[in-house]
Design a protein around this ligand. Structure first.
Ligand code: FAD
Length: 538
């Protein structure tokens, strides 16, 4: 009698703010939809519910339990009715949880939480429990309605997933490579610590935007199109220039097209998974530097060899010029002897013999001149040429206390030329600039290098030194072989600018002294820039 009364009281006085699963069962549609349904119907409904239901008095003494309760706890109803709900306590739940539970329900509020319960056989399970205070029409709490279900398995799985997620996140976060999961709209979904560090260095610029821009050539018509085609992204080198004094960094980027799960409820049955790009960028600056050191050593060795060849050539050329004068005199004397003697005379024969051996000597010297390898023209990054020459001249520059002012342009078209020839050309000009700064009349010790592309499609490279400058009177002579106007180096052979002019004319360019309002000399040369069908360097 007490049980059915309690149940009826519970069912007819349920509050409006019931949890959703209870509203479904006891909601107003059943209770206020016209005629009041008989209590045994509610009893049957509660009895058959799959959730464990208990009704207690205000001290948590059990008055009623449903079939699901006895099935879950393994306590028969006659064993548990009349007992306190604390029979289910495993003593593994923190007291503060119970304190909060009681404070809530005694204040007439609904409590929901998780408790570690024990079954009849002492087996433990995690219960997800909701307790609803049942009040009289005057608001006095008469009963408590408890509903709980076993969430041990779900919790276990949730924890496993959580652990795995944490582990994966920890691995990704600590990976020494930049990782970003990028949606097809270009927005970053997941990133890692290395990515965040790079973002800091990029001062507000999103690294993903930077990498996608750098990979635009491979991605073609954008992320969505590349994903559609499953465009492979593997080991692509990307250069990042942080600007200022900071060194350039290099990354090797690879990408994987992945399916990204959509966790929103309204897309639960949506089988169209969202695609994303998993971008992994490995920093290879160290490797690049090692490679660069090896390359520069090779360039240094080759340039030393070429310099030797140049010096030998200059000496032989000088000797040839020296020989040619006396030979011409002998030739004239032999001709005069023949004219005066009316034919061959012993003197003219002797002079002919000297002439023949002199010509042979000239021929032998001509043959001993080092042969310059044929130049193959190809797109050359002029920044690379300038950088190489500056590194190779670093010792000379610092020994002479020369400061170099050069800010390489990040976007510079390639020029059509030969790396080797351009290096020799620039080295000769820089070498003159260093000597000029050591000459009397130099104000400061500075060399500035500027690059610019003119409207005629030629790239102009100017090396401006702070030396005494070149007087107008000798400006036309300085490109001639064996001209030297240095005051402190009177014995210089004077072939550097002559060789520079020869190289530049072979490349289809021009070398000239530019007019400048500043102190010193601005030695400039222009070279054709690569056409649209030729590669453009960065
Ligand atoms: P106790 O030492 O008895 O209590 C721990 C703390 O809880 C106390 O320090 C006190 O602050 C508070 N407390 C206990 N009883 C009362 C009270 N009558 N009034 C005010 N504060 C009190 N517990 C479970 O472990 N599992 C369940 O499934 C469960 N279902 C419940 C269902 C309903 C409808 C109700 C009303 C209570 C339920 N409880 C349940 C709580 C249970 O009644 C005990 O409070 C709890 O089990 C703690 O008992 P204990 O003997 O381990 O600790």
């Amino acid at each position: 009698m007490q049980v059915s009364q309690a149940l009826e009281a519970v069912l007819t006085s349920l509050p409006d703010d019931l949890p959703p699963e209870m509203q479904e069962l006891f909601g107003p549609g059943i209770l206020t939809g016209g005629d009041v349904l008989p209590p045994h119907l509610f009893y049957e409904a509660v009895e058959q519910m799959s959730v464990a239901i208990s009704i207690t008095d205000t001290d948590a003494n059990i008055l009623y339990v449903n079939a699901a309760f006895t099935a879950l706890t393994e306590f028969a109803d006659y064993e548990i009715i009349g007992q306190n709900m604390s029979r289910l306590s495993s003593k593994a739940t923190d007291v503060s949880v119970y304190e909060k539970l009681w404070a809530t329900i005694q204040a007439g509020e609904i409590w929901n939480g998780r408790l570690v319960n024990r079954k009849h056989d002492n087996g433990r399970y995690l219960a997800d429990l909701t307790i609803v205070p049942v009040k009289t029409s005057t608001g006095v709490i008469r009963y408590y309605l408890g509903m709980h279900r076993d969430v041990t398995e779900i919790c276990h799985l949730q924890r496993q997933v959580e652990d795995q997620k944490n582990l994966i996140e920890m691995i990704i976060d600590n990976a020494p490579v930049v990782i970003a999961l990028i949606g097809l709209d270009g927005k970053v979904i997941i990133d890692n610590h290395a990515y965040k560090c790079l973002a800091g260095e990029m001062r507000g610029r999103e690294p993903a935007d930077f990498f996608l821009e750098a990979l635009a050539g491979v991605l073609g018509g954008g992320l969505a199109a590349a994903c559609e085609k499953q465009t492979p992204i593997s080991g692509l080198e990307v250069r990042f220039d942080p600007g200022g004094e900071k060194p350039v960094r290099w990354f090797s980027c690879s990408g994987q097209w992945v399916d990204e799960f959509e966790l929103a409820t309204n897309t639960y049955f949506d089988t169209n998974r969202h695609k994303a790009l998993l971008l992994v960028c490995n920093e290879i600056t160290g490797l690049k530097r090692q490679f660069d050191v090896a390359r520069l050593n090779a360039v240094r060795a080759r340039m030393a060899e070429e310099e030797m060849g140049q010096i030998t050539d200059e000496i032989i050329f000088g000797a040839l010029c020296q020989l040619q004068g006396p030979i011409n005199v002998i030739k004239a004397m032999a001709a005069m002897q023949r004219r005066q003697g009316g034919g061959t005379t012993p003197m003219s024969a002797a002079l002919d013999a000297v002439l023949a051996s002199g010509s042979k000597a000239i021929e032998t010297l001509q043959l001993s001149r080092p042969v310059r390898p044929g130049e193959v023209r190809m797109p050359v990054n002029i920044n690379e040429v300038i950088r190489d020459v500056l590194i190779l001249s670093a010792d000379r520059l610092s020994a002479n206390g020369v400061i170099v002012d050069w800010h390489p342009q990040s976007e510079l078209p390639s020029v059509l030329g030969s790396m080797r020839a351009l290096r020799i050309l620039l080295k000769n000009i820089l070498s003159n600039a260093i000597i000029a700064i050591g000459e009397p009349g130099a104000v400061v010790r500075e060399v500035s290098i500027r690059t610019a592309v003119g409207p005629d499609g030629m790239m102009e490279i100017c090396v401006h030194d702070s030396g005494p400058g070149i007087k107008r009177a000798i400006q036309s002579k300085i490109f001639e072989p064996f001209f030297s106007g240095w005051k402190k180096h009177p014995n210089s052979i004077g072939m550097g600018l002559s060789i520079a002019r020869q190289i530049i004319s072979e490349l289809g360019g021009e070398i000239y002294i530019a007019h400048t309002t500043r102190h010193g000399c601005a030695m400039c040369f222009s070279i054709p820039v690569c056409g649209a069908d030729e590669s453009i360097s960065r």
